[in-house]
Design a protein around this ligand. Structure first.
Ligand code: GAR
Length: 208
């Protein structure tokens, strides 16, 4: 039984998709805790309603990133995580934190990485005239929005799209591929070689 700790900052819809899939598909895993850096994160309510332990490590209570990350590391570590799932967690993690849990942190990012790291991915994709957008699930390394790619899903950018319409189209795919990718990790079916992730059973890692 693997221990999953999920970090959120807000709405938590990806966390919700993972919690639901874990229960519905009978993963060999449990959600040990949902942790937020914001006390008012809406996702905390869903986690509580499912009887999941929640915790808040409020970044505003710390003088700098080093102090915040030290406390976050202490709280996360107290749940003995096999896997740390960043689900809309909007803080940059220090290299010390990443090193401590190396290979055990995954993230979802709303772009086709390595394009559009950072913020405002949908607006930037529309402004760049992209015809294709999407979402990436990847292992976390010390470099922001980089790291071995586990799965990607693509969506079209349609004429007249706004940030809101494109992000809604992408989010619907996030809710499909993120639980799938986390399930793969729980089942130990991924191999990482030279920064490239392969599903050992040959399942497609590209979704449309
Ligand atoms: C999601 O779209 C996720 O991809 C994005 O924040 C949103 C969180 O939604 N994450 C990032 O931008 C991380 N760089 P949620 O709280 O409903 O899961």
């Amino acid at each position: 039984m693997k221990n999953i700790v999920i970090l959120i900052s807000g709405r938590g819809s990806n966390m919700e998709a993972i919690v639901r899939a874990c229960a519905a598909e009978g993963w060999n895993a449990g959600i040990a805790a949902v942790i937020s850096n914001r006390p008012d994160a809406a996702g905390l309510n869903f986690a509580k309603s499912r009887g999941i332990t929640t915790a808040v490590v409020d970044h505003k209570a710390f003088a700098d990133r080093t102090d915040f990350d030290a406390e976050l590391g202490r709280v996360v570590g107290s749940f003995a995580p096999d896997l740390i799932v960043l689900a809309g967690f909007m803080r940059i993690l220090s290299s010390d934190f990443v090193k401590r849990f190396e290979g055990r942190i995954v993230n979802v990012h709303p772009s086709l990485l390595p394009s559009f790291t950072g913020l405002h991915t949908h607006r930037r994709a529309i402004e760049a005239g992209c015809k294709l957008a999407g979402v990436t699930v990847h292992f976390v390394t010390a470099e922001l929005d980089h790291g071995p790619i586990i799965a990607q899903a693509t969506v079209p950018v349609l004429p007249g799209d706004t940030e809101a319409t494109l992000s809604a189209r992408v989010l619907a795919r996030e809710h499909v591929i993120y639980p799938r990718a986390v399930h793969w990790i729980v089942d130990g079916v991924l191999r990482v070689e030279n920064g490239v992730v392969t599903h050992t059973g040959g399942e497609p890692q590209l979704f449309s």
